[in-house]
Design a protein around this ligand. Structure first.
Ligand code: SAM
Length: 280
């Protein structure tokens, strides 16, 4: 099947430009353009949006984002070996793709984009988690992005969407669900990638809420959640002892049993406790 953009299949692109996958850069490429199209579609309507793509590699997902109608794509890639392949894509879509050769953890991409902005990435998992936490904790809310569509290790994706009472429930779930709506939109087996990683992967789609689900000071909430889950087997009256004086009474005022453990507590109750702790 001929590609919509007239560009060669990704295997040929990789061979022509000598982009053998490097483990150190977490390079597991998606070569099936049907699959990249599916991921691009799961990001929502792109036609009126600028898209930030992190880690385009040889450009499978980049091509899909453009073919799905993204108004403009800014792609940030650390590996300079990918630049000639990405330049070919830019030439096939004049004026629609800009490429920055750099580390996504250091490049301030938001200033180069016009809202509304959607973020899409198939990144190495460690970089993905670090960026997710940064994107979820900006100094002001709403953030620069309208949605994030990110590939993760399946187990990390499950931690992002986890509900109270489950083993996966923790800081990542609370951070993600406090100010965004998060769901898993796709799971992928190792064979979907070249070379195949050891684990299954999943795509998580997060939509920024206009304001947090429940009011709370982000710093206080973070302190409580961090302390509670750092010692997740302990009762909250013990794990939160250092967070504020008289924590037992504050827990009770928030409707939380002091003998409960962090993993049983809902986001709403954590926010109620954060407001009581902040009030002193
Ligand atoms: N998006 C491509 C795909 O789906 O086939 C490539 C995915 S591969 C898992 C991850 C890509 O992220 C690689 O191209 C790698 O060079 C790039 N990368 C790794 N660390 C990065 C970083 N800190 N900043 C930007 N790109 C990075």
């Amino acid at each position: 099947m001929a590609a919509i953009d007239g560009l060669p299949p990704l295997r040929e692109v990789i061979a022509a430009h000598g982009i053998a996958a490097k483990k150190a850069l977490g390079q597991n490429f998606l070569l099936d353009l049907n699959l990249t199209a599916k991921i691009a579609r799961s990001a929502g309507d792109l036609s009126a949006c600028d898209v930030l793509e992190v880690g385009p590699g040889p450009g499978g997902l980049t091509r899909a984002l453009l073919a799905e109608g993204a108004r403009h794509v800014l792609a940030v890639e650390k590996d300079a070996r990918c630049l000639p392949a990405l330049a070919e894509i830019a030439a096939a879509w004049p004026g629609r793709l800009d490429v920055v050769n750099g580390d996504a953890l250091e490049v301030d991409a938001a200033v180069r984009l016009t809202p509304p902005i959607r973020v899409v990435a198939n990144l190495p998992y460690n970089v993905g988690t670090e960026l997710l936490v940064r994107w979820l904790t900006p100094p002001v809310w709403p953030p620069f992005w309208q949605s994030l569509t990110l590939m993760f290790q399946k187990e990390v994706a499950e931690r992002i969407v986890a509900r109270p009472g489950s083993k996966a429930y923790g800081r990542l779930a609370l951070l993600a669900q406090w100010r965004a709506e998060a769901r898993i939109v796709m799971t992928l087996p190792p064979e979907a990638f070249t070379p195949p990683p050891k684990i299954h992967s999943a795509v998580v789609h997060l939509t920024a809420l206009p304001e947090p689900r429940y009011p709370a000071d982000p710093k206080v909430l973070n302190r409580i959640v961090a302390a509670g889950f750092n010692q997740r087997r302990k009762m909250l009256r013990a794990s939160l002892k250092g967070v504020a004086p008289g924590i037992e009474a504050k827990l009770e005022a928030a409707g939380i049993a002091p003998t409960a453990r962090a993993e049983e507590i809902s986001l709403e109750a954590f926010c109620a406790l954060a407001r009581i702790v902040a009030a002193g």
